[in-house]
Design a protein around this ligand. Sequence first.
Ligand SMILES: *Cc1c(COP(=O)(O)O)cnc(C)c1O
Length: 234
Amino acid sequence: MIDPQTVTSNLAEVRSAIARAAEDSERDPAGVALIAVSKTVPPEGIQPALESGQRCFGENYVQEAKAKWPALRESCPDVELHLIGPLQSNKAREAVELFDVIHTLDRTSLAAALGKEIRRSGRHPRLLVQVNTGEEPQKGGVAPGAVEAFLAECRDVHGLTVSGLMCIPPAEDPPSAHFGLLAAIARRHALPLLSMGMSADYPAAIQMGATHVRVGSAIFGARQPKDAAEDEKG
Ligand SMILES: *Cc1c(COP(=O)(O)O)cnc(C)c1O
């Protein structure tokens, strides 16, 4: 496992790279939130990030988050937890209970399940629609041409307030065109939040307007290959 001091220094480096990228594009660094992606990282690896003041974390799997975060939150109640992995409709209840932001709303059945759980629980996680900007068949997300209709359906049929958009560009493409496309769709629909950019490309995402960057391995070290972002396991 990665040692605590490396997490602390990696985190400091990522924070200064975010500030540099924001300033380079004449943006306020405070307008870019760092989501530390802690999937597969055990609590001992997360602790040094909490001690460095990091409060915003991303997880891919509901079960893993449920196992790790309730205990960590006891000592840090102001943690903000983001679900960035695919969500099965039958886990909507647990996801609404646990997460403050859900980045992967991408289909009708999930919109219905989330709407029901939000009304039932009275909890209102912020919701982002995942857009499949590269139109990759194996990847989750709404096709760019279907976003308008999906947003209308979320609002009018399921009573959901969508706050923004998220994308994971195809691994083999230069990411900036995808970030630009996502930003343009968000602008067209007046959606304030833009979740884009990972360890390899978050400065480019910030240049294109990201409000949330999702950075894992640059903070916590490399993961096993099976846990790559493209992993579609719920
Ligand atoms: C794992 C993951 C990340 C973080 O990826 P890194 O390359 O480790 O920074 C970001 N976004 C999503 C959706 C992921 O699944």
